[in-house]
Design a protein around this ligand. Structure first.
Ligand SMILES: Cc1ncc(COP(=O)(O)O)c(C=O)c1O
Length: 341
């Protein structure tokens, strides 16, 4: 029985969902949403704060400041509240309302940037804003998740060995890419492992993280409007790009089986399912990482008006068809499958 006295001291590291009955491919999903910050970002936040404390960069009168699309902001809010630091999160208008309210409930200050940068994202503007704050007052301490080695080191120390411990025969790992902290930490650890693991990065269409054309992206977490400074592509075997409509359909498909995951999980699972359908999966062990859960996305990914305004009236039609097709083949399904009314 884990008993903790600090909210950052617990993280469920051993929970995996077997998605075969949901997506029709052999895929295990590592769930990173079960901690007091509700996302994988608690690991990166912990590592970066502890290392700034060790270096002496963070002192009791420091004010933490960070640019975040939400989850790192919540994780830093949890840690700052627990350790007695002030925290100011610079986010943008794509940040979910519930995420912003969460940060404020934890005592953090939230500043919202509304101007787009030249790549159609908010990142450049958010970073300019943080730089301006740091120049205005030496008490501001910017951990800079985009460049901080603690971001990837957290996953090198925890996420990758947690996967290896449960899947000693792992062949392929699918990792969503934002700052690429998760991707680089896992890729570096598995490069040193006793067996080769194919590292597949999953990005969203419209992100310029791995090159490509910038475009509109409405789902926070994955994708970048600049090249991630932490990214070293020599560790990445393949990059998949997923359309937001496919992300949304995959999120809804999982929700119909009772698994309510966040938007970026839909992206990673969609990319992974597609990849697995194109490869020989006999004897293959595949794992994907789910960065968070779905409650923060109730007013976006899981809200009909939001979906139809952005992606058109028929965005979920293809999903309806595939759900009905699956229902028409009950003999091929395992027990306990949820039936639609
Ligand atoms: C929901 C979600 N998914 C994926 C990611 C990407 O993780 P990373 O920044 O380690 O690449 C993030 C990062 O904030 C996130 O919040």
């Amino acid at each position: 029985m884990p008993v903790i006295s600090a909210p950052y001291a617990f993280n469920e590291g051993r929970l995996f969902v077997d998605l075969e009955s949901v997506c029709g491919q052999p895929l295990f999903l590592k769930c990173e949403g079960f901690n007091f910050a509700g996302s994988i970002k608690l690991k990166a936040a912990n590592e970066m704060v502890e290392s700034a404390e060790r270096d002496g960069a963070l002192t009791p009168d420091s004010v933490l400041v960070e640019s975040s699309s939400g989850n790192l902001g919540v994780a830093l809010s949890v840690i700052a509240a627990s350790k007695g630091y002030r925290f100011l999160c610079v986010t943008d208008s794509r940040c979910n309302l519930s995420t912003r309210l969460l940060m404020e409930a934890l005592g953090s200050e939230v500043h919202i940037v509304a101007d787009l940068d030249s790549n159609g994202g908010f990142l450049g503007k958010r970073i300019d804003y943080v730089r301006g704050l740091c120049a205005s007052d030496p008490r501001y301490v910017w951990l800079s998740q985009y460049t901080n080695a603690g971001n990837w080191r957290a996953h090198y120390r925890t996420t990758a060995p947690e996967i290896a411990a449960q899947f000693p025969e792992l062949d392929v790992l699918f990792v969503g890419a934002g700052t690429t902290g998760t991707l680089m930490g896992c890729a570096r650890w598995f490069r040193e492992w006793r067996r080769p693991v194919r590292i597949v990065a999953v990005d969203s269409v419209g992100s310029v993280a791995f090159g490509g054309e910038p475009g509109r992206r409405m789902i926070p977490g994955l994708g970048m409007s600049m090249r991630p400074p932490l990214l070293d592509e020599s560790y990445v075997d393949e990059v998949l790009r997923v359309e937001e409509t496919d992300t949304i359909r995959t999120c809804h498909r999982m929700a119909r089986h009772g698994f309510l995951f966040g938007g970026s999980t839909g992206t990673v699972v969609s990319g992974a399912t597609d990849w697995l359908a194109r490869h020989d999966t006999r004897g293959l062990t595949a794992v994907a990482i789910a960065p968070d859960l779905g409650e923060r996305y109730l007013d976006t990914v899981y809200q009909t008006n939001w979906l139809q305004d952005l992606y058109g009236e028929h965005v979920l039609d293809a999903e309806e068809v595939s759900t009905l097709t699956r229902q028409a083949k009950p003999a091929s399904r395992g027990p306990g499958r949820r039936r639609r009314p």
